[in-house]
Design a protein around this ligand. Structure first.
Ligand SMILES: Nc1nc(=O)c2c([nH]1)NC[C@@H]1CN(c3ccc(C(=O)N[C@@H](CCC(=O)O)C(=O)O)cc3)C=[N+]21
Length: 282
């Protein structure tokens, strides 16, 4: 089994990005900047945001943190987004999800300028992705594709199974796998027999948000497994795939932590950098 080491790959690529940014800034351009909006004090969100801030600092992307009370009104958040959209020094805007139930997350995401959509969640950017046009891709799918490419995994003709159909991971990653020539099946909570599909799969991306649902008996020998799960169980972070079980049968496997998570953060930095390049070119 070959470990798909997202941590090591993200460190290497973050350093490369850092050098690119340094070169541009040394030519008297301003630094890139990401605005992070965090609503409330969800412990997981606080921890993710901390990771994102640290990564920004590492590569030379400035960050402005907007940490708001969980009772903030929809209107106040909308006003903040309007201000950030108009701020010429802000390249990317990230609205950390999930947000309080009384707020309309989908409306807020689509209010973020599509030219500042660091997450690639905007309906127009998703539309471009589904039409195979160049755009900002959602960070997790983008990170997964970067990782597969770095390990020279050729998806042409592969049977790919994605478990999970979310707008931010399952569905877009299925699209990107198909673009690379894989035949895709998307399984989800209503699928009658997930293992019927996974047993035929050359590559499985599991993004179900349920700890250890993918096990050895569901996977053929030599399959590639990419684990998007970040489940906190008894204070420990565990994936949707049962790593110690699967490592005996897989050809390639991502660990949790140290797999898709760090690649997601790397892709967020890349997205912010791409938006920055467009802004300073204007
Ligand atoms: N607007 C928005 N954009 C997101 O990209 C977004 C979001 N909301 N909400 C939550 C999810 C989750 N997510 C993770 C990012 C990094 C790790 C990560 O780096 N994890 C480390 C471990 C970190 C730890 O131990 O807590 C690892 O897997 O090695 C995990 C999860 C981004 N998300």
């Amino acid at each position: 089994m070959i470990l798909l080491d997202g941590k090591a790959l993200s460190i290497k690529r973050n350093l490369e990005l850092k050098e690119k940014i340094e070169r541009i800034v040394s030519n008297n351009y301003r630094s890139p900047k990401l605005a992070i909006i965090l609503v409330g004090n969800n412990p997981a969100s606080l921890s993710y945001v901390k990771g994102k801030k640290r990564a920004c600092e590492l590569v030379g992307i400035k960050h402005d943190m907007h940490h708001l009370d969980e009772n903030i009104s929809q209107k106040e958040l909308e006003d903040l987004i309007i201000n950030l959209n108009e701020d010429d020094l802000v390249d990317g805007i990230l609205l950390q999800l999930p947000i309080s139930k009384h707020l309309d997350d989908s409306l807020l995401i689509d209010m973020i300028s599509k030219n500042k959509d660091a997450d690639g969640f905007h309906v127009i950017n998703q539309g471009y992705l589904y039409q195979k046009k160049k755009t900002i891709y959602p960070a997790t799918p983008k990170g997964i594709m970067t990782m597969l490419k770095a390990y020279d995994i050729n998806l042409l003709g592969m049977n790919a199974v994605v478990i999970g159909r979310s707008n931010i991971v399952g569905f877009p990653v299925a699209r990107l796998l198909m673009d690379q020539g894989a035949t895709i099946t998307v399984c989800h909570s209503k699928t009658k027999d997930v293992s019927m599909y996974t047993k035929q799969a050359d590559i499985i991306v599991v993004a179900a948000g349920r700890p250890h649902i993918l096990t050895k008996d569901m996977v053929k020998k030599g399959a590639i497994v990419v684990d998007v799960g970040v489940n906190r169980v008894d204070g420990k972070l565990i994936g949707d795939a049962d790593f110690s079980d699967l490592k005996e049968v897989c050809s390639y496997l991502t660990p949790v932590p140290g797999g898709v998570g760090p690649m997601t953060i790397h892709s967020l930095l890349e997205n912010t950098f791409e938006l920055y390049l467009e802004h300073i070119a204007k």
